[in-house]
Design a protein. Structure first.
Length: 143
């Protein structure tokens, strides 16, 4: 579940999911949706990604930075995410993901925003009492 948050001039959203891996998928789709209508993205190309982090906050920040890199520098629009998160042998959190999408097509894609940076503070990724996860994400865009 995603809720957009209006923090003018910046953008933000809140996601909540029963599982951490699904939360990461939701935050990535929500971030992409700030840039382009995700319903217009075709699944033409597949990327595989592996990331590590010392904490869930660090891993989420690294993950969203990676998605921002695809959007801004590779002109790749991710439209579908399948994420798996687990602890590796050293105890570090590891994320593996399969991402499907396509390159920006100026004839079909209307870009809404250009992302400058994404902020996820320690207190903004929370494991709720019911076991669900919630993330508050602030996005600073170019004006």
């Amino acid at each position: 579940m995603t809720t957009n948050v209006d923090r003018a001039p910046d953008l933000g959203f809140q996601t909540r999911s029963e599982r951490l891996d699904k939360l990461f998928e939701e935050t990535a789709i929500s971030l992409t949706n700030l840039v382009v209508d995700t319903h217009t993205i075709l699944r033409k190309e597949t990327k595989k990604i592996e990331l590590t982090g010392a904490s869930t906050n660090e891993l989420l920040h690294t993950w969203l930075a990676e998605v921002t890199f695809w959007l801004d520098y590779e002109h790749f629009l991710p439209g579908e995410f399948v994420v798996e998160i687990f602890h590796d042998e050293s105890g570090e959190l590891r994320l593996t993901a399969t991402v499907c999408g396509e390159r920006i097509d100026d004839k079909r894609h209307v870009l809404r925003n250009r992302i400058k940076t994404v902020l996820v503070k320690d207190e903004e990724l929370i494991e709720c009492e019911d076991g669900a996860w919630m993330a508050n994400v602030l996005v600073i865009s170019y004006t």
